[in-house]
Design a protein around this ligand. Structure first.
Ligand SMILES: [Zn+2]
Length: 242
């Protein structure tokens, strides 16, 4: 559809398959139409009142939203009842220039096209259509992992993120990568976990976002956040809510 952005779920299975979790698009394509135009300023995640507005918008727009608990300090808003539907929206840009944003207790994710293109230009050798597609897919996968609240005991601003390597990203693992552009050259042999990101990102972070390898680490998949110590913060240990 002209003038609309689609979030790219093309490779979203890669990290979640490792957790024995399957991500599928709605079989009938339900809800894949356009959404109303909203200015960049609508998406300013550092402002509480803006997040309240996004919560209200999604509660109205999202067919599978059902009210759970009233949210204090955010008039006329509710958390979502836990279920197996996530609401993902492709969009142009956010006011705070992030590639994506998610809120686990509302089940929504936004993926921002312009912010992704900017970061793609910062990769070694510059952007390419393949890298752009890879970053879009990486952002969708990364944001989904936030909806599973991986690494949930880490304090803000690192909550739901971690600085470990991917489970296959230790030296000698099979997540090794060579820069393909402008011509093959040495890359790196330690792939970071999908949830390791830096703001602002150094070039190696940009390169990893664009390399087409999207893997979580063993803590986010199975063992749980070491700071929790009880298995919380791992996708595989979450109970199916339905
Ligand atoms: Zn994140």
């Amino acid at each position: 559809m002209a003038g609309c952005y689609r979030a790219d779920l093309g490779d979203v299975d890669e990290p979640f398959f490792d957790a024995f979790t399957i991500v599928t698009r709605h079989p009938t394509g339900e809800g894949e139409g356009a959404v109303p135009y909203l200015p960049d300023s609508f998406f300013a995640f550092t402002s509480l009142s803006t997040v309240c507005n996004i919560r209200r918008f999604d509660a109205i727009w999202f067919a599978h939203f059902s009210r759970n608990q009233r949210i204090q300090g955010c008039p006329n808003t509710y958390t979502a009842k836990p279920q197996n539907y996530f609401h993902i929206t492709g969009a142009e840009a956010s006011a705070d220039q992030r590639e994506g944003a998610s809120l686990y207790d509302a089940d929504w994710t936004y993926v921002y096209n312009t912010d992704i293109a900017r970061d793609c230009n910062g990769t070694t050798g510059g952007c390419s259509p393949t890298k752009l597609r890879n970053i879009r897919q990486m952002v969708a996968a990364h944001e989904f992992a936030e909806l599973f609240q991986v690494n949930e005991c880490v304090p803000w601003p690192d909550k739901y993120h971690d600085d470990r390597n991917a489970w296959c990203g230790e030296r000698g693992g099979d997540c090794t990568y060579q820069h393909p552009e402008p011509e093959p050259e040495p890359g790196y042999s330690t792939e970071w976990c999908l949830m390791r990101v830096y703001t602002p990102p150094p070039i190696q972070d940009m390169d990893m976002r664009a390399d087409g390898i999207n893997r979580l680490d063993a803590y986010d998949l199975r063992m749980g956040d070491p700071l929790c110590g009880d298995g919380r913060g791992a996708i595989r240990r979450r109970r199916d809510p339905q």
